[in-house]
Design a protein around this ligand. Structure first.
Ligand code: FES
Length: 167
């Protein structure tokens, strides 16, 4: 019967010829590499979570910082049309009704935040996501899932500009 001998020289075993200083250097490099991988992994997990949590607060701060938007009159939509622009970071629409009145409303649906569209034929604002409908003159939610009216803005014409401000 042959003798079974265990091979004690494996990659993980310390090199018996290595000096104690070399062994500790190898250990340090291994730990540093493991630490760097750990830091990268933690960053890859934490950064998207941070962005997800910080986004609403950042958007609210950006929106609060903007108090008015000026639009040159030459960009005014024709009667029966609407101009989309941004009030801060929010899509907003300036509607020029056929009777000459102008209404400015946020273009963000109060249901789940889709961007809404003006439909001049019906004098409605429609949300394609779930069929929400708003009144194009008041922004009132009139059918579908939206729980609240669209936010309104003041509209003034002066000195060749249209001034949009918060109500
Ligand atoms: S997001 Fe507009 S109706 Fe649902």
């Amino acid at each position: 019967m042959p003798d079974i001998t265990l091979d004690e020289s494996s990659a993980a075993a310390p090199d018996p010829k290595a000096s104690p200083e070399e062994v500790s250097r190898r250990g340090f490099i291994a730990r540093a590499g493991l630490g760097a991988v750990g830091v990268c992994y933690a960053g890859a997990v934490a950064y998207p979570v941070y962005r997800y949590l910080a986004a609403p607060a950042q958007q609210a701060a950006e929106l609060a910082a903007v108090t008015e938007v000026k639009i040159p009159e030459e960009k005014m939509p024709a009667p029966g049309g609407a101009l989309m622009f941004r009030f801060g970071s929010r899509p907003t629409m300036l509607i020029h009704h056929k009777d000459g009145t102008m209404v400015c409303l946020t273009a963000v649906c109060t249901h789940l935040g889709c961007t809404v569209q003006y439909q001049p034929e019906q004098e409605h604002i429609h949300c394609a996501c779930h069929g929400g409908v708003y009144d194009a003159r008041t922004g009132a939610n009139i059918s579908g899932p939206p729980p609240k009216p669209l936010q309104r803005f003041n509209v003034e014409r002066a000195n060749g500009e249209i001034l949009i401000t918060r109500v």
